[in-house]
Design a protein around this ligand. Structure first.
Ligand code: CA
Ligand code: CA
Ligand code: CA
Ligand code: CA
Length: 457
C-alpha cells in the first residue's frame, strides 16, 4: 500500500477518486514552507534511478524506478508507479539489493512512436565475453562482446514490449533523444559507452555516425548553428548532426563530468563543462574563460538572482586535495556568465560527493533555486537561493518499518513540476524510500485589481 499523506494542490487531471486515507495524516513537515505530499513505500523495488513521465496517458506524471546489477549496470527491473505509489506495472524481478548504482542508466520515457502515448525505452546489454568479471566491481566495457546491445521499446501503460532494434554492442551507458535528421522532433538517438565511443542512430535504428574520443558522462545537445539539427557537446569536443567534429581539444586522460549548453539573452551560445576545472566555450571551441577547480563535478545554469540574466552554479568535490572521506567537504560556487565568482559556500564534513540541480521552486517566472543533495550519509537535501542562503531543508522519508540501516542508505534528488502548478516539486529517492515535497508558500501571482461582480441581469 502506498502512504499517501496529503495532497496540497488540486490535481486538475485526476481521473479516478482515491480512497480516503485509512490513518490520520502525520505532520512530517520539517518547516512551514514545505509540505511532504508523498511518502511511498518502495518495498523491494526502490532505486537511485528515477524517470518521470505520464505512462498511462491520464495527464498526470508517473514515476519509473529502475533497478540494476550494481557492478555490471544490467537493468533488472522497471517499476512504474503513480505519484501516490500505486504500482502500475513491473517488468523484471525486483530485488532490494539492486537499487544502488554509481552511474547513469540507459532508460528514458518518451513517445517513441509518436502515437500520443509515452513509451519506455531501455537498453539490454550485449553479452560481455571477456575479460572475466568478478561479479562485484564496476564492469565498464568488454574486450569482446557477443551480439548487439538492444534498444527495447515498452508500452508505457502496460510495460509490454512493443518493438526493439539493435545498437552497437558497447552502447549501454546512457542515451539521449536528439534531432539529427532535421525532422523537427528529437526522435533520433545519441547512444554511448561509458567513456570512449558515441554513436548517432536514426529513428529507424540505422547508425548515422560514430565518434571516438573522450565522451565523458552525459552529453548536452543543442542546435548551435541554427540548421534545425542538433549538435552534441561532450566537453572536449562538439560533434554535429552528421558526426563531423566541429572542434576537439586534447583530453589527455580526462573526461567531462558535467556539460551544459545555453543560449544567453545576448543571443550567444555558451558551452560549459567541468573536468578538473570549469570551462566556458563558444561553439567554435574558443575558450571564453575557465576557473581552476580541482574537481568540478557539476555545473548548472539558472536565473538565481536579479542582478544578471543567468548565473552558473558549480560544485568542486575536492577543494582540499586528495580527500574523499567522512571529513571531506565540497564547495558550492555561484558564478556569473563571465565566470566571476558571486559567492562560495563550504559544505559540511562528509559532503564531498555533493550534487546540484536547478529548481523552479517558486515558479517558472520567478528566481530559480539550487538543490543540493548527497551532502553526507543521512543528511537532508537543501535548497539555496541566489544569495547563497539555505531556504529549505528536506529530509528523506521512509515507511515506518524501515530500519536504522535502511535510513542510512544513499539517495538522490531531482526536481519536476509533477502537480502542474508551474512550481517544481522535489523528489527524493533511493533503494529504501521515495518521497515528494512541495513548496507551500503563496504562488506569486499579480493581483487582478480591477475585478468586479456582474452576474448579469
Ligand atoms: Ca499518468
Ligand atoms: Ca507511444
Ligand atoms: Ca545544428
Ligand atoms: Ca508543481
Amino acid at each position: 500500500m502506498s502512504h499517501w499523506l496529503l495532497v496540497v494542490l488540486a490535481m486538475g487531471t485526476a481521473a479516478t477518486a482515491d480512497p480516503p486515507p485509512t490513518e490520520p495524516a502525520a505532520d512530517l513537515t520539517p518547516t512551514s514552507s514545505v509540505r511532504l505530499i508523498a511518502n511511498i513505500d518502495v518495498k523491494d523495488f526502490g532505486a537511485e534511478t528515477l524517470r518521470i513521465g505520464d505512462l498511462n496517458a491520464d495527464g498526470e506524471p508517473d514515476l519509473l524506478l529502475v533497478q540494476c546489477v550494481y557492478g555490471s549496470r544490467q537493468i533488472t527491473c522497471l517499476t512504474a508507479l503513480s505519484l501516490r505509489g500505486d504500482v502500475l506495472w513491473q517488468s523484471g524481478q525486483p530485488s532490494a539489493d539492486n537499487g544502488r548504482i554509481y552511474s547513469d542508466l540507459p532508460v528514458q520515457i518518451y513517445d517513441w512512436d509518436a502515437d500520443g502515448h509515452n513509451d519506455v525505452l531501455y537498453v539490454r546489454q550485449a553479452k560481455y565475453v571477456s575479460p572475466a568479471w568478478d561479479g562485484k566491481s564496476p564492469r565498464e566495457r568488454a574486450d569482446e562482446y557477443e551480439g548487439p546491445a538492444v534498444m527495447v521499446v515498452l508500452d508505457g501503460e502496460t510495460g509490454r514490449e512493443k518493438s526493439h532494434f539493435d545498437l552497437p554492442a558497447p552502447a549501454d551507458d546512457s542515451f539521449l533523444f536528439a534531432d539529427l535528421t532535421g525532422q523537427g522532433r528529437r526522435q533520433d538517438l545519441v547512444v554511448k559507452d561509458r567513456y570512449w565511443n558515441m554513436w548517432g542512430i536514426s529513428h529507424e535504428g540505422q547508425e548515422l555516425w560514430r565518434y571516438t574520443g573522450s565522451t565523458g558522462h552525459y552529453p548536452a545537445i543543442g542546435d548551435v548553428d541554427d540548421d534545425g539539427r542538433d549538435e552534441v557537446f561532450v566537453g572536449f569536443a562538439l560533434v554535429d548532426d552528421e558526426g563531423k567534429v566541429l572542434f576537439q581539444k586534447d583530453a589527455a586522460d580526462a573526461h567531462q563530468d558535467a556539460c551544459w549548453i545555453l543560449r544567453a539573452p545576448d543571443g550567444k551560445w555558451r558551452l560549459l563543462f567541468g573536468n578538473s576545472g570549469l570551462h566556458c566555450l563558444m561553439p567554435d571551441g574558443t575558450e571564453l574563460w575557465s576557473r581552476e577547480l580541482r574537481e568540478a563535478q557539476h555545473v548548472v545554469a539558472g536565473r538565481f538572482r536579479l542582478d544578471s540574466a543567468l548565473q552558473l552554479a558549480a560544485v568542486d568535490r575536492r577543494p582540499v586535495p586528495g580527500r574523499r572521506n567522512a571529513s571531506a567537504w565540497s564547495m558550492l560556487y555561484l558564478y556569473d556568465l563571465e565566470g566571476r565568482e558571486i559567492w562560495r559556500r563550504q559544505q559540511e564534513p562528509g559532503s564531498w560527493a555533493s550534487a546540484i540541480v536547478p529548481v523552479h521552486w517558486s515558479g517558472s517566472s520567478e528566481l530559480d533555486s539550487i538543490l543540493v543533495y548527497d551532502r553526507g550519509t543521512g543528511r537532508p537535501v537543501v535548497l539555496y537561493n541566489g544569495q547563497g542562503e539555505i531556504t529549505d531543508t528536506l529530509a528523506m522519508q521512509y515507511a515506518p518499518y524501515r530500519t536504522e540501516t535502511d535510513r542510512q542508505a544513499h539517495f538522490c534528488a531531482i526536481a519536476a513540476d509533477v502537480w502542474g502548478d508551474c512550481r517544481d516539486e522535489i523528489l527524493i529517492f533511493g533503494p529504501r524510500g521515495l518521497c515528494i515535497y512541495a513548496n507551500t508558500r503563496s504562488l506569486l501571482v499579480p493581483t487582478l485589481y480591477n475585478e468586479t461582480l456582474y452576474p448579469g441581469m
